[in-house]
Design a protein around this ligand. Structure first.
Ligand code: GLV
Length: 328
């Protein structure tokens, strides 16, 4: 019987990775599609060597400070805002994530949102299903061109760059602001650096958010920033809901301070059914599925499993955000 124990917080998302780990370790799998309770997470963190988690599992200081056997948490995500990284490092617990396998799928999806929003694809479909297509009349559905427009990318990491690459094929002008300037992206795609967020917001026809959620980016887009956007411009958010103040977004959309928004992430998440945002026709919304292609979810599961295997063998993990934890 393998002596190292792994707790996996969902069963149906990554069956291949579970089968793979099952051959090597003693695994226990939470069988429901909602997260395990807090009490259960605390208990499993104490008794297991590794956790394989989703973005909705809260791995905070309280949990990490009491996880005597825990050596690694592999988050099946690139975002890590559900994990207290300093607390993990302090406790000598390695944290893995899954960059490099999902950016192309996220970029496909982001571009899908841009086109769907700008050309009223989902809006038109909703009107037909509501029985409102009774005459040939394009005027209520007039959209905005994407080709030749200006795309503003906030956060030029792997996903932002993959979105910019698609924008290039649409002859878009690309402007961006990011934690660090990316000369290689400027050389490859002709993206233009702006040294402040405000310039990107005011120049762009489409503003696409790709920065991680951190204390610095929490509610980074609020009334002031939305007011800087053009009344014809669109906001696209596929990163985390908490980067945008939802009430300010609702006001900007209802008063048409901006033309529309597409959001794959909300605050809170899931969004309550009676949230005023859901009554707005100029909002396109999807349920946090930007990375969710069959191929990419499988790759993310495999990478999470590989992160665990490497960490438990004392080998370099495919992606570890706090290797300094090993010196603790
Ligand atoms: C999904 O939201 C991720 O962070 O990978």
């Amino acid at each position: 019987m393998p002596d190292q124990k792994i707790y996996i917080t969902r069963s149906h998302i990554i069956p291949e990775a579970i089968t793979y780990l099952d051959g090597i370790y003693d695994i226990e799998v939470w069988q429901q599609n909602s997260p395990p309770s807090r009490a259960l997470m605390l208990e499993k963190a104490q008794e297991c060597d590794a956790l394989l988690t989703e973005v909705t599992d809260i791995i905070d200081a309280e949990l990490l400070d009491h996880a005597a056997n825990l050596k690694v948490v592999a988050n099946r995500a690139v975002g890590l805002d559900n994990i207290d990284i300093p607390a993990a490092t302090r406790n000598g617990i390695l944290i893995g994530n899954t960059p490099g396998v999902l950016h192309e799928s996220c970029a496909d999806f982001t571009f899908g949102l841009i086109l769907t929003l700008a050309r009223n694809i989902s809006y038109g479909e909703r009107r037909i299903r509501a029985g409102e297509w009774t005459v040939f009349d394009q005027i209520p559905y007039l959209g905005t061109d994407v080709h030749g427009a200006t795309l503003g990318v906030i956060g030029m990491g792997l996903i932002g760059t993959a979105v910019a690459r698609r924008a290039r094929a649409f002859d878009m002008t690309i402007v961006y602001n990011s934690r660090t300037r990316k000369p290689e992206v400027e050389a490859e795609l002709g993206a233009e650096w702006r040294d402040n967020l405000d310039a990107v917001l005011s120049e762009s026809d489409y503003v696409s958010l790709h920065m991680p959620l951190t204390p610095e980016t929490e509610y980074m887009i609020g009334k002031r920033e939305l007011d800087l956007m053009q009344p014809t411009a669109f906001l696209i958010n596929t990163t985390r809901g908490r980067t945008v103040n939802p009430r300010d977004l609702c006001d900007a959309l209802s008063s048409r301070t901006i033309a529309g928004a597409a959001i794959d992430v909300t605050d809170p998440e899931p969004i309550p059914f009676d949230d005023p945002l859901l009554s707005l026709d100029n909002l396109l919304i999807t349920p946090h599925i930007a990375s969710a292609s069959r191929q990419t979810v499988r790759r993310m599961g495999q990478m999470s499993a590989d992160n665990i295997i490497a960490a438990l063998r004392g080998e370099p993990m495919p992606s570890c955000v706090n290797p300094e934890a090993l010196t603790r």
